[in-house]
Design a protein around this ligand. Structure first.
Ligand code: F6P
Length: 346
């Protein structure tokens, strides 16, 4: 009997998506009668019947490539009145037996809802540069983004040092501080600001002045895009806030923080927002291996009919966890990691 498995990549792209697509297709090719159908642009492909057959040839050479050959979107299958029906029509037309959903928190939450509400056989795979999915120690994509941040911090270090400046570096991560903390620790940042620990501008400036008194004429601050001032020292006016928190999209805290620091300390301060550079590029060896292990495990989970599960890394083992558990809450930065980061402040 033949087996037809769909695969889609949804939400923000990240390094390793092509590696995981390749792994699913290659594992499928070990079965005599399995076919993989690539669904284009996340859930939108199922709604609009935009699919393509994936063969061994179509995934040749994609392992090191950033992005996703399938395209992605933030379309939510639960947001449109007729989406459920359109997905069902596409599903039946292509005689799908299962769907592998590769996504972050939003895409996998939608997968959990689709699995519950439409009873479609789904297996999830976690990817995100934010590392905010609760069910897995790490998704793929995070390690490459950390390396990108680290390299950027190294480069900005030398220019900050040469000019005796403070450099504020804004990184992504949505509502979690993982990327800022890992990238900042790896790059030797002097201050790391994360959403989990609202900061006081006066404390940050004191750390910078302390460094200056100790003879360090430059400083590096890594700030997560959702890091925010403590409510008793809120230096952001309403205009700044509406610029930074644009209806769910984040970005700009670094700019406002740099201006405030220069004003308070009198030390020349510049800022750099790393932006979408953190999402691009060739995956690290760690992410290639993890994405490959996830892809193989996800396909084998389909063979075992383990619906409503997400593959996950626990310690060094790839296991399956219920999607329900994986998306129940956003994974916040571990206190132990923040404690390590703090030791190096100032
Ligand atoms: O979830 C990944 C991420 O890059 C976040 O770090 C960031 O806040 C968001 O996506 C940006 O989303 P978009 O691509 O929709 O601008």
């Amino acid at each position: 009997m033949s087996l037809r498995v769909g695969i889609l990549t949804g939400g923000g792209d990240c390094p390793g998506l092509n590696a995981v697509i390749r792994a699913v297709v290659r594992r499928a090719s070990c079965e005599t009668k399995a076919e993989v159908l690539g669904v284009k642009n996340g859930w939108r492909g199922l709604i609009e019947d935009d699919v393509q057959t994936l063969t061994r040839m179509s995934v040749t050479g994609i392992l090191p490539r950033g992005g996703t050959i399938l395209g992605t979107s933030r379309t939510n299958p639960n947001d449109g009145a007729d989406y459920a029906e359109r997905i069902r029509v596409t599903w039946q037309k292509h005689k799908l037996d299962a769907l592998i959903v590769v996504g972050g928190e939003g895409t996998l939450r939608a997968a959990r809802d689709v699995w519950h509400e439409y009873q479609l056989p789904i297996v999830g795979i976690p990817k995100t540069i934010d590392n905010d999915l609760d069910g897995t120690d790490f998704p793929f994509g995070f390690d490459t983004a950390v390396n990108t941040v680290m390299e950027a911090v190294d480069r900005l270090h030398s220019t900050a040092e040469s000019h005796h400046r403070i450099m504020v570096i804004e990184v992504m991560g949505r509502h979690s501080g993982w990327l800022a903390a890992y990238g900042g620790i790896a790059g030797g940042a002097d201050v790391i600001l994360v959403p989990e620990h609202p900061f006081r501008l006066s404390k940050v400036c004191e750390l910078l002045r302390h460094r200056e008194r100790q003879g360090s004429a430059f400083s590096i601050i890594v700030v997560a895009e959702d890091a925010h001032p403590h409510e008793d020292e809120d230096f952001l006016d309403e205009a700044a806030k509406s610029q930074i928190y644009r209806g769910g999209r984040l970005g700009g805290i670094g700019f406002h923080l740099a201006s405030a620091i220069e004003r308070e300390t009198g030390i020349e301060t510049r800022q750099a927002n790393l932006g979408y550079i953190q999402r691009g590029g060739s995956p690290s060896a760690f992410d290639r291996v993890l994405a490959t292990r996830f892809g193989v495990k996800a396909f084998e989970s389909v063979l075992e009919k383990r619906w409503g599960q997400m593959v996950a890394l626990r310690g060094n083992k790839v296991v399956c966890v219920p999607l329900d558990d994986a998306v129940r809450k956003v994974k916040k930065l571990d206190d132990e990691i923040y404690h390590v980061a703090e030791i190096f402040f100032g």
